[in-house]
Design a protein around this ligand. Sequence first.
Ligand code: ADP
Ligand code: MG
Length: 386
Amino acid sequence: MNTPLGTAELRSRFEATFGAAPDGLWQAPGRVNLIGEHTDYNEGFVLPFAIDRAARVAVRLRTDSTVRMLSTFGNQGLTTADAAALDPATAKGWTKYPLGVMWALQQRGVAVPGLDLLLDSDVPRGAGLSSSHAIECAVALALNNLTAASLGTADLVLATQRAENEFVGAPTGIMDQSASLRGAEGRAVFLDCRDQSARLVPFDAGAAGLVLLVIDTGVTHSHAGGGYAARRTSCELGADVLGVRALRDVALSDLPEAAGLLDAETFRRVRHVVTENARVLQAVERLEHAGPRAIGALLDASHASMRDDFEISCPELDLAVDTARAAGAIGARMTGGGFGGSAIALVPAEDEQRVRADVGRAFAHAGFGAPTVFPVRPAAGARRLA
Ligand code: ADP
Ligand code: MG
């Protein structure tokens, strides 16, 4: 993982690249979803937090429509575009994210001129920590500050969602950017995906003597896309048969009756969503009244539900979760869409090294590629740096 540039270095790199000082620097973090998986598109609850890894952008608006973009990652060189003719069909690679945000703001009627942009990010790519939304939120905040957009957070959430859905072409919800834009130090973001209302919930793992480890299995299963679509279809079918707008409207106490109305597989999918929503509400309650150590069993139950009812885990994720738990984690679960990606483990600080060592050993023993394990802290949300 690359070390992030300091503010002064980002500024001087920008000047060396573009020949003028930036108008400002903005930063937006990646996120980890603590609990609440596949509940977002069922209009339910999620509980992500912003992490201490972020995308930073230096931006200078131009008087013409030329767009010039450079990332410190890779050797791709400068990419150019025309702010007056943004087109999802021709945008390529990472620049889809900043260009998508510019496009989404233009669709709202905001005049977005050309600009120079330098990106530096230490959010791991494709590990389920939402490196893409980190970029989008940093750019959205920059443009909100530099143009006459004057959008509130809820509108920035919608603009970045539109960028991902319609410009990048990824069918994502509102969780990632809500966490990135609304997160705060030592807090998780309790989000209602139906009305988008959000509340900060205390989650100071460090103060409770805990470390939250991300275990990136490095696995991307080929059926991830198809599996995701199939789960969404099952949820829609379940809601249809049960006569509700979304599975959010099914209570735990409705499950026995639902079992008689749905085929066995659809019922299991529905049961995951319904119990997961209940677990998010319980997690919020426990964090507010008892602290981070009280949510371990909920993380474990969430994993079991995804493994057995929603069937989106995989051997690598199960091994990461089981090994972390056996080595001292008070709770662990896969996080993200499933079929690969990362697991999280809430670990007493004194057990961190054992969890790391045991997970590494277990993967080697199973013949899996070495996982990447690193701690994340609940950190501040997107903000202007300078
Ligand atoms: P995730 O958001 O889960 O990390 P995505 O596939 O949605 O995964 O986004 C990853 C993409 O974001 C990368 O393929 C790349 O295009 C872009 N990206 C992330 N970080 C950077 C970076 N530092 N420089 C350039 N592009 C980046
Ligand atoms: Mg992404």
